[in-house]
Design a protein around this ligand. Structure first.
Ligand code: ADP
Ligand code: MG
Length: 258
């Protein structure tokens, strides 16, 4: 490991499923205290890419490095043990259970005779969420009664508490309205400010640009670029996401058909 190595880096990643090439030539990185955004339309390969980072898939080609060391994760558990935590679109939470139960679900601290440390868990859940700027009124509240943004916040705070170095968020804002999206964007900034590297997947350039330090743009499994923010003005990103040349070609084709 070298001090200058990014927290997470991929070089020329490809992923094939049989004859299908889902990803080809993908390179990007994230540093501690930074946010890398992965953008692309539906079917661009965003979920496949982050599943490769998360250890759900293994890349077919290319290198995957964590803190400068090449890794190959056989499972999500292995990735997690290296501090790579992923929060998926369809959050795995128990809606009828309280915030504090969900926060510790599957990793409940117990005392010497195997009893759950209930008071500790309630207090810790509240404190950890407060550190992320989330004020929970009542840790007993069932997660199912929280807003989508608040549910995401429980998952993010939990990942941070359990030692994540890299936090991967797959379209955390896509099912949310403007106000709730803003809430999630604030959690992303809070995680960044606590020194995590955040990989934020979205198809919305207006969500990505204000929080991102780096932007990887995918189109049909290929990279359209991996830009530092200083090299990518906001309008350029918006234009690329609007379809750019492809949209022009389509417009031309449709207009020519009458
Ligand atoms: N398990 C799989 N088997 C075959 N092809 C897959 C598989 N997973 C993903 N793909 C291919 O990858 C493409 C990109 O999908 P996905 O990563 O879900 O895109 P996104 O998240 O950007 O919408 C799909 O259109 C499909 O062709
Ligand atoms: Mg997806």
């Amino acid at each position: 490991m070298t001090d200058s190595a990014p927290l997470l880096e991929v070089r020329d990643i490809a992923k094939h499923f049989g004859n299908i090439t889902a990803l080809q030539g993908i390179s990007t990185s994230v540093n501690a205290g930074e946010v890398t955004c992965v953008l692309g339309d539906n079917g661009a390969g965003k979920s496949t890419f982050i599943k490769t980072l998360a250890g759900v898939h293994q890349q077919s080609e290319g290198q995957y490095l964590v803190e400068g060391e090449e890794v190959r994760f056989g499972s999500p558990r292995e990735a997690l043990s290296k501090g790579i935590a992923t929060v998926y679109q369809d959050l795995a939470m128990a809606p009828l259970m309280s915030i504090w139960r969900n926060f510790f679900l599957g990793s409940e601290p117990r005392n010497a005779i195997g009893m759950m440390k209930t008071a500790f868990m309630k207090r810790t859940a509240r404190e950890e969420m407060a550190k992320m700027g989330i004020d929970i009124r009542d840790p007993e509240q069932p997660v199912g009664t929280l807003s989508g943004g608040e549910r995401q916040s429980v998952a993010i705070a939990r990942a941070v508490y359990f030692g994540a170095k890299v936090l991967i968020l797959d379209e955390p804002t896509s099912a949310l309205g403007v106000k709730q999206s803003g809430v999630v964007l604030k959690y992303i900034i809070a995680a960044r400010d606590r020194g995590l590297g955040v990989i934020f997947i979205t198809h919305n350039p207006h969500h990505a640009y204000p929080v991102g330090d780096r932007f990887l743009i995918l189109n049909r499994g290929r990279s359209m670029g991996n830009f530092a923010k200083s090299d990518l003005p906001r309008d350029e990103l918006v234009k690329m996401m609007a379809g750019g040349a492809e949209l022009d070609a389509l417009t031309h084709e449709l207009e020519g058909s009458r």
